[in-house]
Design a protein around this ligand. Structure first.
Ligand code: SF4
Length: 328
């Protein structure tokens, strides 16, 4: 137990939570909440950087995301869970950071140009999109976070956050904000149903709130080893996304049996997928059950409100220090 250290993490409400989000982040939150002073937020302001033209449904998405997070086992009595826009300090500190951050620091963030190219159907030629790493820096700095769980691809953002905080502290000549460390996550990567990274933009996700029947139907439609046309063709499980799911959701013995049966052409892909869907649904059954206990909209609103109150106490203190140091 290391509750003297503070951990901060967030998730964007760009759609329903899917299995990739669960394995990539939320599953670990359930452990972190026991080990750290944990702040978890639903990053609705970040969502606006790409959804500003069509924000309809954002409120409902936030609420369903909160329900999923709680269903996954995050305990609002342990972790402080809140909506980012309910804590106005995030926007205010973002503004202060934007005053003193050299523009090239933002322009050189590797994901900036990549994302603009990848999301041609969105007009991302906005300050909000260019400045979103600064909003991230504000999110982290406000809670004086010691650690932030990140994947390897997000390390440049963390480095920028550290640079922004260093520059702020240097300019005001006071250690107002703590420099956070990256906590590198090393989860099983859960692929999408087509074998690519699971992502809403690829349309290859399995939403957490799907019913067991819907999940089974999705698994039955997954791509398999492309060279296995007939049941009599020996397969190569290592190239098959369904087998990757078996590895995560099935027992080690069953995984070995399936691998041997696939290589020996003793099992058909339909039967193999059925087995996979059953293992997946069994794994998610406790989450499905907990989701029902968090179905009251009023309860979810109260949890978010209570989380925001607790967050404001910490964020307000940090922001007050920052403003004082800037003679505001
Ligand atoms: S038998 Fe299973 S592991 Fe082998 S190719 Fe078919 S779905 Fe994939």
């Amino acid at each position: 137990m290391n509750t003297t250290k503070t951990l901060l993490s967030g998730i964007q409400p760009t759609g329903r939570m899917h299995l990739g989000n669960y394995f990539g982040a939320v599953q670990s939150w359930v452990t972190y909440q026991n080990d750290y002073n944990t702040f978890l937020f639903i990053a609705d302001l970040h969502a606006l950087t790409t959804k500003y033209m069509s924000p309809e449904g954002l409120r409902e998405t936030k609420q369903s995301l909160l329900q999923d997070i709680l269903a996954c086992g995050v305990d609002p009595k342990k972790a402080c869970v809140f909506f980012q826009s309910d804590v106005s300090m995030h926007a205010e500190l973002h503004l202060l950071f934007s005053m003193m951050t050299p523009l090239p620091w933002l322009e050189r963030v590797p994901t900036y140009k990549d994302k603009i190219t990848a999301m041609q159907d969105h007009d991302l030629n906005t300050y909000g999109f260019l400045g979103y790493p600064l909003l991230q820096a504000a999110d982290i700095a406000l809670y004086q976070a010691d650690v932030v769980p990140v994947g390897r691809d997000q390390l440049p953002h963390m480095e920028l956050t550290r640079e922004v905080i260093r520059r702020f502290n240097h300019l005001v000549q006071k250690p107002v904000f703590k420099e956070p460390e990256a906590l590198l996550t090393s989860h099983d990567v859960l692929l999408g149903t087509d074998g690519r990274k699971m992502s809403k933009s690829y349309g290859n996700t399995i939403p957490m709130s799907d019913t067991p029947e819907q999940r089974s139907a999705t698994v039955m439609s997954m791509v398999t080893d492309p060279n296995r046309i007939r049941k009599t063709d020996p397969g190569t499980p290592e190239v098959c996304p369904v087998f990757a799911y078996h590895r995560i959701f099935n027992t080690a013995d069953r995984v070995s049996e399936i691998a041997a049966a696939c290589r020996g052409a003793e099992i058909g892909c339909v039967a193999c997928k059925r087995d996979c869907a059953a293992a997946l649904n069994a794994h998610l059954a406790p989450i499905d059950e907990r989701r029902l206990t968090w179905s009251s909209t009023d309860t979810l609103k109260d949890i978010a409100k209570d989380g925001a109150k607790r967050a404001i106490l910490v964020a307000g203190e940090s922001l007050a220090k920052a403003k004082k140091s800037l003679h505001l």
